[in-house]
Design a protein around this ligand. Structure first.
Ligand code: AMP
Ligand code: MG
Length: 407
């Protein structure tokens, strides 16, 4: 039996990044860049008007006001998407729209609200001063050609999608999504569409595991339910090892006569690196590797399965995908009520927590009015951590709290 910190360290030490692929821009959301991305153009690509108004020479309007407007000849109109044809000289202005290139000769754009068109658009009265150089975004002021705009390792959010589009990166270099194969074990386990017969239970773990793996960034392959039979188990774990990066099993890892997962793993050449963690929930959690492939044997108890996957497998999925932020954020919390445990194992307790003053959260154990089953656990947004040797945590005492925001 090992400590939780050691278990996490062993899993991380035995996690390798998956290979690089190129995906179309529209499929890149949530991916992690495997290479730096550079701009292929200057941005803005030209001096650009940032207001609708008139491009002119600032020197012409230094004394303009409502009472003494500067009156200029309008020499052309420049809608966005066109190129100016004329040079603006003293006493002249070009009507210009937001996004259009500023014409040669002009050094300032005055917004249309500070002007009045006269002579059927042939002249413009400027009614206010505006500082020389205003309302122009300069060529290359955001980004220069060949400048790195996104670094390798960046997680692609909607904003990054926009940046990739702006620099013309229509095929995006990312790490491929890790593939997680999910297996539910147990002769008592039936698929959700069946009403359980006496002695049977529905397979909830298989489905929550698939969902959690997707949230962690993986692609999933559901490999079905396997009864407690050594040959069947070996066949399915073997299939998972061939087609997936991670095989995640539910159940069959306790000390019972029908708990055959560890044996099956070893039979297939998987090196079992630990099979018990001094943690609660989820003591009989098994982890092994075969080359770069990983096998997680999660306990059948639904709460144990959910917590074990979250704390151990999720960081592995994220590391495989090249992410740097592997673990959930940990903050400090106080409990709203006393909490007791029988000492011996570090406990991760599902809790409903709210942010409070000075960065300290307040947590309420969701299992307080019943066992910590999946149903009461659905209220949890966090896990508070009680050290193994502690017997009582008093209300108001500070603890570490793992936040599970997108749970
Ligand atoms: P095991 O780890 O196989 O001994 O299972 C521990 C407990 O979890 C037993 O009560 C099982 O019936 C239950 N269990 C096992 N697999 C699942 C599953 N896929 N979905 C829901 N509960 C399960
Ligand atoms: Mg079982």
């Amino acid at each position: 039996m090992i400590e939780m910190d050691d278990a996490i360290r062993i899993v991380m030490e035995n996690t390798q990044r998956v290979d690089k692929v190129s995906v179309p821009l529209n499929d890149a959301l949530g991916g992690v860049l495997s290479e730096d991305v550079k701009s292929d153009i200057d941005m803005p690509p030209f001096d650009k008007a940032t207001m609708d108004g008139y491009a002119l020479q600032g020197a012409d309007i230094t004394n303009a006001s409502k009472e003494t407007p500067a009156i200029l000849d309008v020499i052309e109109e420049i809608p966005a998407g066109t190129v100016p044809q004329k040079t603006v000289r003293g006493g002249q202005a070009s009507r210009i729209m937001t996004g259009a290139p500023v014409p040669d000769g002009a050094d300032t754009v005055i917004m249309v609200e500070d002007t009045e068109s006269t002579d059927g658009g042939q002249k413009v009265c400027v009614l206010d001063v505006t500082e020389k150089g205003m309302n122009i975004a300069r060529h290359g002021e955001d980004v220069r050609v060949d400048q790195v705009v996104l670094e390798a390792g960046t997680v692609i959010r909607p904003l990054e999608i926009g940046i990739l589009a702006a620099v013309g990166q229509v095929n995006v270099p990312v790490y491929r999504q890790p593939i997680v194969g999910v297996v539910a074990t147990g002769s008592e386990v039936v698929e959700p569409q069946h009403k359980p017969e006496p002695g049977q239970i529905r397979n909830s773990n298989g489905y929550s595991m698939v969902a959690q793996a997707i949230r962690a960034g993986a692609q999933t392959r559901y490999l079905g339910i396997v009864e407690d039979d050594a040959a069947a188990l070996i066949r399915t774990i073997g299939e998972g090892l061939e087609t997936c990066d991670i095989v995640a099993l539910s159940g069959g890892v306790s000390a019972g006569d029908y708990d055959l997962v560890q044996d099956g793993m070893r039979e297939l050449g998987v090196e079992v690196l630990f099979d018990r963690i001094r943690m609660k929930p989820g003591k009989p959690l098994t982890f092994g590797v075969k080359g770069a492939k990983q096998v997680f044997g999660l306990p059948g108890n639904p709460v144990s399965s959910v917590v074990g996957l979250e704390l151990l497998m999720r960081p592995a999925i994220r590391k495989m995908q090249g992410r740097a932020d592997l673990h959930r954020p940990v903050v400090r919390t106080v409990l709203s009520e006393d909490f007791r445990q029988s000492p011996g194992r570090k406990q991760f307790v599902p809790a409903h927590s709210v942010a409070g003053d000075h960065g300290i959260w307040t947590s309420e154990w969701v299992g307080h009015h019943g066992s910590a089953d999946l149903f009461s656990m659905a209220r949890a947004n966090s896990l508070f951590i009680v050290d193994a040797e502690v017997e009582v945590v008093r209300a108001g005492e500070e603890l570490d709290l793992v936040l599970l925001e997108d749970w």
